[in-house]
Design a protein around this ligand. Structure first.
Ligand code: B12
Ligand code: SF4
Length: 479
């Protein structure tokens, strides 16, 4: 059989950092869309033709996007979708479908862990991909090689696991797709299809040197925090081999000129042995690379922190979430406040910066518990405490149980971005205005005090550090 040559265009939707982070936009990151890079590299491995259009980075208008589509002439367009984008994605899909009904339009991403049938029903999307997209995307491309769109949806789509799709206004939900066991079978993410890496902006509080970027060394998280999509999307943890990780690090250093990396794994230090081995390798590149990583309380000790520091690590990012133990228990964080205090002390001793994340507006939150969080955050040794307002994403336990604790506006997804000034979830007894006010108060109290100023003053080693500090102050001035 003669196969059709299929072109796939993967699109990162054009939502600006302003829309995503509101008045904190100058502190927000626009790291490259790695999910699309993995899907692209997997398709390239099988000889398929694919490109990525990062419309957010390139700040493209609808007219620009249409022009790019006309130039590339794709058979498949695939959108990356996080919840705050979903309405925008639906709008773009309807624009594309009304002008070009023969393009198969698909979308994937964490948003579809929630209610994909709803999303398909209320949009012109042909297919929503649930879970990891590499293998599913390949099967979609291979299917479309064999048949035009209608024949594909009729005969071949039913055989593809991990999709919800629409055919003649009927919606079909296929069995789930298994997680990819050996994630080293996915080639290094195809960053070469993106705009130059150095043009991506990493948050001012998240890099030591520029250019800086994110790397994923593992997939999955075994914990079950009730607000987090990772607790449902792929609980099984799969590691890249140290060889894979270092090949990626070396590519970033030597091909892209990267000088600083953030490991964006959910729990970077889960496998102790592997963490030590990665540190050993990073230590050999210490003059070329600084790095930071997400760590989880309870999965890192003093010895490991010192080891990390010696291999070029300068900061750890940690989810502390609340200063009230009952709330930590309610959100199933499985940590104790004392452990957070201990970790911050260990970071100080190891000479690492400590970047804790806190959430305001938990289930059962009161003004008292918010004040406890602010006081706890102020007391802890840290450099960059971050405060966001609770956002229960579709698919999480809190999405299902939110009404027990407050009101959740499930109608307007544009408020599901972390910088929103109109929180989507308001615990009973509180108001949205109070949550926003308390977030600003938290920043003011934690940053505008003498010990914090001294800590930052002491961390200045170069003119660039001074500039970074002024940039950070600039963000605070917007509060
Ligand atoms: C790094 C990161 C960031 C970085 C980089 C984001 C980026 N451009 O990729 C920064 C800091 C910029 C960021 C910002 C935001 N993030 Co973020 N981020 C992450 C994190 C930690 C890793 C993302 C990642 O690379 N994962 C690895 C890849 C392999 O997995 P994946 O993204 O899920 O992609 C797979 C599948 O979903 C699917 N897929 C994804 N896209 C597509 C597209 C198609 C066509 C197909 C077929 C399949 C498919 O296939 C992929 C490969 O297997 C995740 C948590 C996590 N562990 O995933 C949160 C996460 C994705 N972020 C989240 C959120 C909410 C945001 C923000 C909206 C926050 C805000 N400001 O309001 C913004 C959105 C910005 C954006 N452009 O996406 C939520 C999303 C929840 C949701 N339902 O929307 C997550 C899941 C965190 C959480 N615990 O809840 N984020
Ligand atoms: S918040 Fe962190 S520890 Fe909890 S489920 Fe999400 S990634 Fe895992």
């Amino acid at each position: 059989m003669d196969l059709r040559k299929i072109k796939t265009l993967l699109i990162n939707p054009p939502l600006s950092t302003e829309a995503l982070y509101g008045k904190f936009s100058r502190g927000g990151s626009d790291l490259p869309p790695l999910s699309l890079c993995y899907i692209a590299s997997y398709l390239l491995k099988y000889g398929k033709q694919v490109d990525i259009l990062d419309t957010a980075k390139l700040r493209l208008s609808i007219t620009d996007i249409n022009k790019k589509i006309s130039e590339y002439e794709p058979d498949i367009i695939g959108f990356h979708t996080v919840t705050p984008y979903i309405n925008l994605v639906k709008f773009l899909v309807s624009e594309i479908k009304s002008a070009r009904p023969n393009i198969l339009v698909i979308a994937g991403g964490p948003h579809f862990m929630g209610e994909p049938v709803n999303d398909i029903e209320n949009s012109q999307l042909d297919i929503a991909v649930i879970g990891e997209g590499e293998q599913t995307c390949l099967e979609i491309v291979e299917g479309l090689e064999q048949s035009e769109i209608n024949g594909f949806l009729l005969d071949l789509a039913p055989k593809i696991k991990g999709i919800v799709y629409k055919k003649n206004k009927n919606i079909y939900v296929n069995p789930p797709r298994e997680l990819i066991n050996d994630i080293d079978t996915i080639p290094l993410p195809a960053r070469h299809l993106l705009p130059p890496l150095r043009t991506y902006k990493v948050s001012v509080v998240q890099y030591k040197r520029l250019p800086s970027t994110g790397v994923l060394t593992a997939r999955g998280c075994p914990f079950k925090c009730i607000f987090c999509v990772c607790s449902v999307s792929r609980q099984k943890v799969r590691n890249h081999s140290v060889e894979y990780v270092m090949a990626e690090v070396d590519e970033l250093i030597y091909r892209y000129g990267i000088r600083d990396i953030t490991f964006i794994d959910d729990v970077f230090t889960l496998d102790k042995q592997r963490t030590y081995r990665i540190c050993d390798e990073l230590a050999k590149r210490k003059d070329k690379l600084t790095w930071s990583s997400n760590v989880r309380i309870g999965l890192v000790d003093k010895e490991m922190l010192k080891y990390m520091k010696d291999s070029g690590c300068w900061m750890v990012l940690v989810g502390v979430e609340s200063g009230n133990q009952e709330i930590l228990n309610r959100i199933k964080k499985q940590i104790k406040l004392e452990q957070a205090e201990q970790l911050s002390r260990w970071c100080k001793e190891a000479g690492l910066m400590f970047h804790p994340n806190y959430i305001i507006g938990h289930p059962g939150e009161t003004v008292d518990t918010i004040n406890q969080t602010i006081n706890f955050a102020k007391k802890l040794y840290s450099h960059f405490p971050i405060f966001t307002i609770m956002t229960p994403y579709p698919g999480t336990e809190l999405w299902d149980t939110a009404e027990e604790y407050g009101t959740l506006n499930k109608e307007d997804f544009s408020n599901f971005s972390l910088g929103s000034n109109k929180p989507c979830f308001v615990p009973y007894g509180l108001t949205d205005r109070l949550l926003v006010k308390k977030r600003s108060e938290a920043y003011r109290k934690c940053y505008l005090n003498f010990p914090m100023a001294l800590r930052h003053f002491r961390s200045i080693k170069s003119f660039k550090d001074v500039k970074r500090m002024f940039d950070a102050l600039n963000i605070l001035s917007g509060l």
